[in-house]
Design a protein around this ligand. Sequence first.
Ligand SMILES: [Zn+2]
Length: 236
Amino acid sequence: MYIVSTPAYQNAFVQYLRKGTPIEVSIKASQESKDSPYYVWETVGDDKVREPHAARDGQVFSWESSPRPGEELGCRCSAIPIPKDRPIALEESKLRVGIYFPDGSSLMRINGSRAWRNNNPGNIRSGSFANNHGAIGKAGGFAVFPDETTGGQASIALLKTSTYANLTIDQAIDRRSPSSENDTSHLQETIRRMGGFTGQETIGLLDDIQISRLAEAIKRTEGWIPGSITRTEPPQ
Ligand SMILES: [Zn+2]
């Protein structure tokens, strides 16, 4: 005998009615799946996307709902599965980052600065370092973290890597923000002032409080400008 949650049974029953899939087959598949019962509808974002699909862009749907992306004739939309065990982040447009949770709820971080939208106070690039420190996606080439705490811990962890340990604070700022693209001396001056540093301190010798102060100064110079957050409940 199967002991199953009601939604799993209901979904399996719908599959049986629609396609004749045996109920135990559907239930086994849903139990083994790495994905939650939800996906994010993504359009290609150009002006040829049909109106009803454009309205669905960035929204969460159940796999059981119809139509699915790509089902209708000529539809180029895609379904991004939400994993069962962690949220994912997707860049929905230039100034909107969506965070999608396994329970089907989501939140949209709109406007504000890039660092704020991405929960990434150190503006860490997307990649393996970020992923190993809890990033759940990328937007604008930078990592997106599930919350500011995780992003802040990643920023501190980066300062503790061998890349920075042997550098002075001034050298580290030059490494992060080379003068070819930045007003590095102004940044160095600002960070010294904000953190109460001379700039000559070796990063690997800083204590935890000093490292936090340095990370906080970096956060402020990267630009932490809050925008707005809209929350959406799981689909019915
Ligand atoms: Zn479409």
